[in-house]
Design a protein around this ligand. Sequence first.
Ligand code: ZN
Length: 175
Amino acid sequence: MAKLKIICAPDDRLREISEPVENVDKALQKLMDDMLQAMYGAYGLGLAAIQVGVPKRVVVMDLSGEEEPAAPQYYVNPEITWTSDEQNTFKEGCLSVPENFAEVDRPEKCRVKFLDYNGKAQEIEADGMLATCIQHEVDHLNGILFIDRISKLKRKMILKKLTKAQREELKGHAL
Ligand code: ZN
């Protein structure tokens, strides 16, 4: 199985708007399988295809607890059709913004339309952590990161830390 590398901010690719998927075929299922492995390998809860450099509207998620069996979820062309007026605040993180967390306000509930792993049309209503995760991942498909939804000062601080970490990583490779 091909190992996918997760892209970290700041990287222009994370700002791309992903393209809708035309067909849920074998190749797309393989991409979703590989994305899921990359996500589990990094201990993430959700991953959008653009985070591995593929600009397609595809998301994988697994919100099961540590002691629970894996419960992968697949969202192809997810489209949020409704959000509640009530807001919720969660401390969010992101595999593309490693080791940084911040409180983000989002609608508490949402409804999402998507195609599942087999290309079947689905629509669900989500709340709590699931609603937050779906909105976070759909943001990725539109080139938005959770740090865009926090204060400018905090965002600058996080980006500075990430740029420094990347520079150090490059130095490490050069030696
Ligand atoms: Zn993310």
